[in-house]
Design a protein around this ligand. Sequence first.
Ligand code: ADP
Ligand code: MG
Length: 398
Amino acid sequence: MATTVLSPISSPAIKAAHAFRDRFGRAAQAVALAPGRVNLIGEHVDYCGGFVLPMAIDRYTAIAVAPSADPTAVRVGSGMAEAVCSFTLSGGRGPIMAAPAWARYVLGVVQLMIEAGEGVTGFDAWIESNVPLGAGLSSSAALEVATATAVDALHGRAREPMQAAALCQRAEHAFAGVPCGIMDQAASASARAGHAVLLDCRSGDTEHVPLDGASAGVLIANTNVKHALSDGAYAKRRADCKRAAEALGVELLRDATPALVEDRRAALDGLAYRRARHVTAEIERTVRAAGHLRRGDWTSFGRCMDNSHASLRDDFEVSCTELDTMVDIAQQIGTTGGVYGSRMTGGGFGGCTVSLVQVEQADAITQQLHQAYESQTGITPDIFLTRPARGAHVLNLK
Ligand code: ADP
Ligand code: MG
């Protein structure tokens, strides 16, 4: 993995290195950084084997690490947690499952390395992050990928980004109990600055599509709501998609098209029909949108985002009043006010919207969104401009 010089913009890295020295009484050897991500388009298609188009955001989780004197001991702390967790490397899964939830993301990655027969020797680690937690910007993937990157750096190992992503995805399944797809970890591990990642969720192939952050900006607006029904709804949507695929005679909805869904409409129940209509249209839209990005056609890309939102709201039914409100405000500002397009992003029922905007208008758009959303919902949102950032990397301090 490439190394770079410590720069002032890497503030979680600086904080992690300082906190490491404070807590452990010696200097860290390296700091690994992994970003959060936002999905530009391609929502609820990953588990159907479709295409998604996420990018890394310029918010990072940093882990400062150094070998410990005891080769069997791991200590890990986070600026967001109270106590430092201590572990023995040969302890197996039991003690990890009993650890605080946040530490399981870290120790789970380490445990899977051990189970794969990769030698891991003792180390101390300190974590700092400016990725918002639980906002759908994948602070969990950032934490896992930063861990894998840090432990690999300590042991002088290199791992292909998609292999790191797969390891971290397995850790999230096994140790956090979240049956996530590969998108979050893939974006955090493999992204390149100034590019979005077109990811084929079936093959795992990636294409880095240029997105010049100087002319088009990506505005993330956190609605600051998270409706409780989201967990059950996720499983229901997956079941709907499976039922639709079976009725259409395909393994995954990736193998169907909007035309096939219309042709076979009689074979589908009403819900399966609408779910399949979203998934097949969204997959086609994502591939088309990547083409618009390659050509720098922001207007057409924005229209794809608008259509994606309508489909998620009406056919897939995973939006909510707050997401619709935020998107409506942005879409009403429109291209004349510098908004090319806007949609909900992530699993839905709360969390964030993502909008493609003219960079020079970003401040004005942020203000309008903030005021209108607050007055319509009574909730204060968090809104920030981001750019397509670099994926996981290591800063060597020695
Ligand atoms: P998201 O991935 O959308 O941010 P998740 O619920 O999947 O939301 O992951 C958030 C959880 O990940 C937190 O509750 C915490 O357990 C863990 N986590 C993420 N970043 C950190 C951090 N810097 N320090 C400690 N725990 C973290
Ligand atoms: Mg997560």
